[in-house]
Design a protein around this ligand. Structure first.
Ligand code: AKG
Ligand code: FE2
Length: 429
């Protein structure tokens, strides 16, 4: 059971309904049980919160932010030379598909090396992993970029571990029953940091482009080959999606209000503007959200919230989500503290506590399989995108069987290749 008290009166109306601002949580709060209550409330209602006093030194954030701007200002050809490919999920790209639609942005993904040793050459064989190899610009092309990004990455890894611990405490009544899961994730996480650049783009015109965004996805709208969709409120930088991993730490510009969170989830009305609440970043804060794996581990108590990004008609926007992900071979399953025990596990001994718990809602989900399918779906159309709903008990999804077959043949120390596994992956769902 989660804490009783939502712990954040600024986020709840007097009648218990939510106000339309995502909660702000102070990580330096010395009252740990209040902090845990606040995290439970935020993750189970919005799935989003803004974190202040998070402990990452402002100087490291500033250095990282300016390195990111320097990178995107490089000549297009230099960035293209770092392009990710069908068998390397890491690198530069400007053609991402979210929900099978192209986004209006450029991005660079870097992730924890397979060797977990940043001092090796990026293309060293020991650095191979399911997500591939990092592709940093050279020091001549972008001085100090690599060091600064790695420093920020390491800070995010540490902060993520701290947040994941608080989240599991929140789900287990303040008891750390999930120490093994947390420790496996700490030492073998497969996290990556995405740097995003959203060029200015208004409803009907995008500077630098003579073409209007209200075109089909396949039209070239930008000299980089972008295509865009329009929401009634503007062009979408990223279509509505949920983050796949355990949690995300998002660094965003505080003067751009482009990130929106779905307040109500009803797939029939996902495009309607009244479903979306804009995040107004508190200066110095980081925006945290829970992902699909946290939703499964929490047996559905934590939300993996839908969110989207609008472009801005006048301003450039930079953002950097750090996705904290489990080990590829981890089967994420609902924590014991969130589920009723079955009779043979001793439910009768603890009936009162059990009555407050929920029955098991999800099958275990192999993170490496989920990740591989999301990446494959970013690049090509494999059919319906994999979702946590495919792992719901009773959903009859073929993914349960496919992930078992995948686990039997996959080598997580090798870059993922869609074609090699297509015979398993192609979906009938
Ligand atoms: O740019 C943002 O604010 C959010 C980015 C995001 O949601 C993502 O990359 O998954
Ligand atoms: Fe996201």
């Amino acid at each position: 059971m989660g804490p009783k008290n939502n712990g954040d009166i600024s986020s709840a109306g007097s009648n218990g309904t939510m106000c339309d601002e995502i909660p702000v949580i102070d990580l330096a709060n010395p009252d740990t049980s209040l902090l845990i209550d606040q995290i439970y409330y935020a993750c189970s209602t919005w799935g989003f919160f803004q974190l202040i006093n998070h402990g990452i030194p402002p100087a490291k954030i500033d250095a990282f932010r300016s390195a990111m701007c320097r990178f995107f200002a490089l000549p297009y050809d230099t960035k293209l030379s770092l392009k990710r490919s069908a068998n390397n999920a890491r690198g530069y790209f400007d053609d991402e598909l979210t929900k099978r639609k192209r986004d209006w942005k450029e991005a660079l993904d870097v992730g924890v090396p397979g060797s977990r040793d940043w001092s090796l050459h990026d293309l060293d064989d020991k650095n191979a992993s399911l997500d591939g190899y990092n592709k940093f610009p050279s020091d001549e092309e972008c001085p100090n970029f690599r060091e600064v990004v790695i420093e920020y990455f390491d800070e995010c890894s540490e902060l993520s571990n701290r947040l994941a611990t608080l989240m599991t405490l929140a789900l287990n009544n303040g008891e750390n029953d999930e120490g093994n899961f947390l420790e496996r994730m700490r030492v073998a996480h497969t996290s990556y940091l995405r740097m995003n650049y959203y060029p200015p783009c208004g409803g009907n015109s995008c500077p630098g482009s003579t073409i209007t965004p209200a075109a089909t996805d396949d039209d070239n709208l930008h000299n980089n080959g972008f295509s865009a969709k329009t929401a009634s409120s503007g062009t979408l930088g990223i279509s509505p999606h949920r983050d796949a991993g355990f949690l995300t730490i998002l660094l965003q510009d505080s003067d751009c209000h482009s990130l929106q969170v779905a307040r109500f989830e009803d797939d029939d009305h996902i495009g309607d503007d009244d479903r979306w609440v804009t995040v107004h970043p508190v200066p110095g804060s980081l925006t945290i959200n829970t992902g699909d794996m946290a939703m499964i581990c929490s047996n559905g108590r934590f939300r993996a919230p839908l969110h989207r990004v609008l472009t801005d008609p006048a301003r450039k926007r930079y953002s950097a989500p750090y996705f904290y992900n489990p080990s590829y071979d981890e089967f994420c399953r609902p924590f014991a503290g969130c589920c009723t025990k079955t009779n043979d596990e001793g439910a009768s001994e603890d009936t009162e506590k059990n009555n407050k718990l929920q029955s098991l809602k999800y099958h275990p989900c192999l993170w490496g399989y989920f990740r591989a399918l999301r990446f494959a779906g970013d690049l090509c159309d494999l059919g319906v995108e994999i979702q946590t709903s495919h792992f719901k008990l009773g959903s009859e999804s073929s993914h349960i069987d496919k992930q078992r077959k995948f686990m039997e043949v996959v080598d997580f120390n090798e870059p993922f290749n869609v074609e090699r596994y297509r015979y398993i992956l192609e979906s009938e769902d």
